[in-house]
Design a protein around this ligand. Structure first.
Ligand code: SF4
Ligand SMILES: [Zn+2]
Length: 386
């Protein structure tokens, strides 16, 4: 990976900019990040070494452009054409441009852009729902060969599934807000109020990506990370490694999620939680369902449950995930809704079984056991009452 910063400095336009690291870093050395200047690396893609070879080669990997500014910044309007010329000349390199100003792309693109250039990826940021709903329709409507999305710092739960479902977004990255933990903040030249990131939000976008077959990267926890309702302060040096270690990045068909470690809930805790849930606790077997169970016998019902779990839930990315379990028609379907075993999202939320992995034999039999436990309890209830 290479970084090309043709200019430096920016102005804040979005909630995600509040703690912009360019500003923080500049302030710490007494510099004003709102002053926008060309850098010495302005023409880096064309720079050559003594052997008259390009300094940047394809072996350097993707070239990330404008990491200390925004490529589509108004103040850079007169410089951008040079950059497009360099990008055009270096077709052997791939340029990755992250922007909060996707709405300026149309007026900033070069005349010969056509349907897009193969060697350019445009990545739109979207830190909250409002910016997602504003920027992603624009991103999708532009003539681009490669589109990506980054939600960082992620500031709230974001639903971007309808945009991912277009199949036009190649990759999504999520992460919390970087910065220091309280003790690091005390020592920092420019402390900032780091905003928290909840792991639930990350997992939620990840599940949207899985359902749409879009690769997903969990890049960093940020300094203030909430997991299962508990707040963790993650030191700077661990923010990326912790995210990597969690295993929650996803590439379709790679089996990466098999490496995620998780703990199944205890049966008592699980059932106590399900009873507390208004939605889950409203499911019960009808008289007809109970008769069906009695007539078929528990062994047959168990084999039905095993079959449904295998066919509808166990694939890495089950077909129609979220809608694959009917609300009625078989006692096992009711058990699935009552026990939050209806789809991979519910399995992850309630049972901690990560989405994006094929369910192994143990996981499948755990689910079947839970369902049969619930069916057993429901039929006993009938016996108790009559
Ligand atoms: S657009 Fe990017 S570089 Fe510019 S102020 Fe916002 S976060 Fe900083
Ligand atoms: Zn569900």
């Amino acid at each position: 990976m290479a970084i090309w910063n043709p200019w430096h400095g920016c102005h804040k336009i979005s909630p995600g900019c509040a703690n912009c690291y360019v500003y923080r870093r500049d302030e710490s050395i007494g510099k004003d990040a709102s002053i926008i200047t060309k850098t010495g690396d302005y023409n880096l893609p064309l720079k050559k070494n003594r052997q008259r070879e390009y300094k940047l080669t394809a072996a350097d990997g993707v070239v990330y452009a404008c990491m200390t500014s925004d490529f589509f910044l108004e103040e850079a309007d007169e410089w951008r054409q040079d950059c497009w010329d360099m990008i055009r000349e270096r077709r052997d390199l791939h340029f990755h441009i992250i922007t909060k100003r996707i709405d300026r792309f149309e007026i900033c693109k070069p005349d010969d852009w056509g349907e897009g250039w193969d060697n350019v990826t445009i990545c739109s940021t979207c830190e909250n729902q409002d910016r997602t709903d504003y920027r992603l329709p624009i991103l999708l409507g532009l003539p681009l060969k490669h589109r990506e999305v980054i939600a960082e710092p992620m500031l709230e739960e974001i639903d971007m599934e309808k945009y991912l479902a277009t199949g036009l977004i190649e990759h999504v990255t999520c992460g919390g807000e970087s910065g220091g933990v309280p003790e690091e903040q005390r020592k920092a030249a420019v402390p900032c109020q780091v905003r928290p990131c909840d792991f639930q939000w990350i997992k939620d976008v990840r599940r949207q990506c899985i359902r749409c077959g879009v690769p997903f990267t969990f890049k960093q926890t940020g300094a203030v990370f909430i997991k299962d309702g508990k707040t963790y302060y993650v030191k700077r040096s661990f923010q990326m490694s912790q995210a990597r270690k969690s295993g929650y990045s996803y590439i379709p068909g790679m089996g990466l999620a098999n490496a995620i470690s998780y703990k199944l809930p205890g049966r008592d805790d699980l059932f106590a939680g399900l009873v507390r849930s208004k939605f889950r606790s409203r499911f019960h077997l009808s008289q007809k369902d109970k008769e069906y169970v009695r007539e078929k016998g528990m062994d047959t019902i168990r084999s039905h449950a095993a079959d449904f779990v295998e066919k509808r839930l166990s694939a890495e990315n089950p077909e129609n995930d979220g809608k694959q379990t009917p609300m009625r028609g078989h006692p096992v379907f009711l058990a699935q809704h009552a026990c939050a075993c209806c789809c991979r999202s519910c399995l992850e939320k309630w049972h901690h079984i990560p989405a994006g992995k094929e369910l192994n034999r143990e996981e499948q039999s755990y689910i079947v056991d839970v369902l049969m436990d619930w069916i057993g309890r429901e039929t006993e209830k009938r016996n108790g009452r009559t």
